[in-house]
Write a protein that binds this ligand. Structure first.
Ligand code: TMP
Length: 216
């Protein structure tokens, strides 16, 4: 039996620093899996629910109120808890494949490695918010922050691109790489500096490997 015939819920996430191409790659991945007959639900963080999209506006607006890093972590996890209960769990229980642009690793990288909130506390917070749900496969689109930040017009910059300096974004990138080193079975690291088609080939192959695996 082909691995994709075994339709079971699987949870795939894409992570990475700013400008890594997660949105584009998540969309292309969802399309490619659908072409293979996989029932895919595509979503993103923060967002994916009405509450999550409203929190997204608040969290990303450049002219937003000052937000303490711990409060950022709480708000991202609030959006996450809503997404998991309203969207992700029901889809997984229905046997669908969920593709999500960003998830709990982003809080560890940004609020933890980037802004200095205690990593163990963040892990506990995420465990509560997600009810212990972890991705089956996480694809890390890696690139230096200078290159990622250059890919977006300054007018499109979010609070994270506008108000946090290059050193913050370097810590975020290194944080993601550290997370990937600690969990090599879950993470696949894809070099996001290459051409779009090459990057996508890496993303698709990592996703198919994740789907072929027997869930834990
Ligand atoms: P994006 O949708 O363009 O990736 O923007 C989301 C922004 O929010 C990005 O700058 C990363 C940041 N973020 C965090 O700081 N913590 C989180 O937990 C998540 C999900 C995103």
């Amino acid at each position: 039996m082909g691995s994709l015939d075994r339709q079971r819920g699987r949870f795939l996430t894409l992570e990475g620093p700013e400008g890594a191409g997660k949105t584009l790659m998540a969309g292309r991945l969802a399309d490619a899996l659908r072409m293979r007959g996989v029932d895919v639900l595509l979503t993103r963080e923060p967002g994916g629910t009405r509450l999550g999209e409203r929190l997204r506006d608040l969290l990303l607006a450049r002219d937003s109120v000052h937000i303490d890093p711990l409060v950022d972590a709480l708000l991202f996890n609030a959006a996450r808890a809503q997404l998991v209960s309203e969207v992700v769990r029901p889809a997984l229980e229905a046997g669908r494949v969920v593709v999500c642009a960003r998830f709990a690793d982003s809080t560890l990288a940004y609020q933890g490695y980037g802004a200095g909130v205690d990593i163990d506390a963040l892990r506990e917070l995420a465990a509560v918010a997600t009810g212990g749900l972890a991705p089956d496969r996480t694809i890390l689109l890696d690139l230096p922050p200078e290159d990622g930040l250059r890919r977006k017009a300054p007018d499109d910059h979010t609070r994270f691109e506008a108000a946090f300096d290059l050193d913050f974004h370097r810590r975020v990138r290194n944080g993601f790489l550290d997370l990937a080193r600690r969990e090599p079975a879950r993470f696949a690291v894809v070099d996001a500096l290459r051409g779009v088609d090459e990057v996508f080939a890496g993303v698709l192959s990592a996703a198919l490997q994740g789907l072929a695996r027997t869930p834990a």
